[in-house]
Design a protein around this ligand. Sequence first.
Ligand SMILES: [Zn+2]
Length: 183
Amino acid sequence: MVTGPLVEMLARNSKFAQSYQAPPGLVQMASTMRSTGAGVVVISCSDPRLNPYQILGIDPTLKATMVRNAGGRVFDAIRTLAVLQTIGAPGTIVVMHHTDCGMIHWHDADVKEALVEVAPEEKESIEASKFGEITSSLEESIREDIGILRASPLIKKSTQIVGVKYDISTGVLSVVDETKSEL
Ligand SMILES: [Zn+2]
């Protein structure tokens, strides 16, 4: 039986579905996307305070596809990005990291310790995994992720890859200069 906030969410879905209008079919949409290269994929953090649709003004006239995970880390999203590229051939991938991110506060050692408590039998694989901690400046973590995308054989070399930093205290999004190194 469903309990908690999901009860209300399911009730809201019933209302949502009453006036819902179905979008075009996927094959048709993908064909249009592939022919224009206009697709934009945004990889950003799962943080519920961050709403990439609002941040970028996404609406029916300006579309983007979202990939979200802890920290908005690329290594954790390569499979999805590669699949999306196969389907919609996006011309642009945006890597968005944000200030006050959980991955700045909780490092891999903290995550590992907590996960080993949950699954002690998986200690070895947990210890050997990385979980996306951000221990550098955001500019550096963004550049690191852009580098992973550029080096990936699964990502088309023609893809425009842009790193952006989101300041969660001001709402300001700024493009990170890829070439500038931190002093
Ligand atoms: Zn975050």
